[in-house]
Design a protein around this ligand. Structure first.
Ligand SMILES: Cc1ncc(C[n+]2csc(CCOP(=O)(O)OP(=O)(O)O)c2C)c(N)n1
Ligand SMILES: [Mg+2]
Length: 351
């Protein structure tokens, strides 16, 4: 008879108290302050993108607010050699992994050039088709294992994404071939207007691991320390096989800038989750330990805003080659597209 149970991990509670038994040993005060700054940075970046979009200076954007602990906690657990496979909401992970800020703004203005992944970035590009990144992730993990590399793949998928065939196929493959895959489910309770309860009758999303014969754990995704610990542990054991980590968090804002969440969810629900704000929780911890104060918060905010404003300015100088609209969809240019491009060139359309 099969018996399964999913552990739930929380280390830092809403008041900033810590469960010492589960506190990650390698988390120094200095590292926690650095992570906290990145949480603030991610939120500031998000607010700027939203404002630019509302002014018509950026294209459709998927905000991350509320999901900073899941993103920064996991990003800090990565080792340099680990490969990052995102969907479309992990701006905080891109930031913490050192993705150039200018490119971030160029990409979200709608230009593919900004989305190109730098050579040494060790990751794949933003991926919008839901869960289609998952077979890539497990395939990369398979290749790393085949080449005897000491590296893991850390992939992200939403709660909605876990209903896709691609998700099941990827974790099934990972289980059979024991690929070094750390698959993070960023369960933010909503898939556009579909609530978590209508997404799956399974009590947890982490238990989907059972069917694939891999490890599964559910984590408080608004708890920076718990996410860091779960992802670090999964990376440490990735040589012997994959782990599925469900981070339980909340999308505090709209799905994307084309969405109006007031049409399908209540203010009470949002207020309830606001009390579990991942940033407030780390701040309470740091302030209590005398590691942080309002002056530091102000200074950090000013520095980050300066970097953001500079990047926006640079991004707004960027002039795309209009012919690039013919590129990037196919690995080669089909005859029909080539004929269009040739006709436009002959008509001096690019002058
Ligand atoms: C294959 C596919 N189907 C539908 C869409 C439209 N779509 C974009 S995001 C999304 C919901 C995704 O929800 P979830 O996986 O929970 O991620 P979240 O947006 O909440 O981060 C949908 C249906 C898409 N991009 N790709
Ligand atoms: Mg979701």
């Amino acid at each position: 008879m099969f018996e399964g149970a999913i552990d739930y991990l929380q280390v830092l509670d809403e008041q900033g108290n810590v469960d010492q038994a589960n506190f990650p040993k390698d988390l120094t005060d200095q590292k926690i302050v650095e992570m906290y700054k990145y949480m603030l940075f991610a939120r500031a970046l998000d607010a700027k993108m939203l404002s630019l979009q509302r002014q018509g200076r950026a294209a459709t954007y998927a905000p991350l607010i509320g999901e900073e602990a899941t993103q920064i906690g996991s990003a800090f657990a990565f080792r340099q050699q680990d490969v990052f496979v995102p969907n479309f909401r992990q701006h905080g992970v891109f930031l913490a992994r050192g993705f150039p800020l200018d490119n971030f703004f160029i990409y979200w203005k709608g230009y593919e050039d900004g989305g190109k992944v730098p050579e040494n970035f060790n990751g794949t590009a933003v991926c919008v088709p839901v869960a289609s990144q998952m077979p890539h992730a497990t395939g990369i993990a398979f290749a790393l294992k085949h080449m005897n590399k000491d590296a893991a793949v850390i992939s992200y998928v939403g709660d909605g994404g876990t209903s896709e065939g691609d998700f099941y196929e990827a974790i099934n493959f990972a289980g059979v071939w024991k690929t070094p895959l750390v698959s993070i489910i960023e369960n933010n309770q909503w898939a556009i207007s579909v609530p978590r309860k209508d997404q799956s009758a399974a009590q947890t999303l982490a238990q989907k691991a059972f069917a694939a014969g891999i490890k599964g754990v559910q984590v408080d995704g608004n708890d920076l320390f718990a996410v860091y610990k779960a992802v670090s542990d999964a990376i440490a054991s990735s040589k012997s096989g994959p782990t599925l980590i469900e981070c339980v968090t909340y999308r505090m804002s709209m799905h994307t800038t084309s969405d109006d969440p007031t049409k399908y969810r209540t203010e009470e629900e949002v207020a309830e989750w606001k009390k579990r704000d991942p940033i407030a929780r780390v701040k309470a911890y740091l302030v209590r330990k005398n590691l942080w104060n309002d002056e530091m918060e102000k200074q950090t905010g000013d520095e980050q805003l300066k970097k953001i404003d500079e990047a926006v300015e640079n991004a707004e100088q960027f002039k795309p080659d209009p012919r690039s609209m013919y590129e990037n969809v196919y690995s080669f240019m089909p005859d029909t597209l080539k004929a269009e491009l040739d006709a436009a060139t002959a008509a001096n359309f690019w002058q």
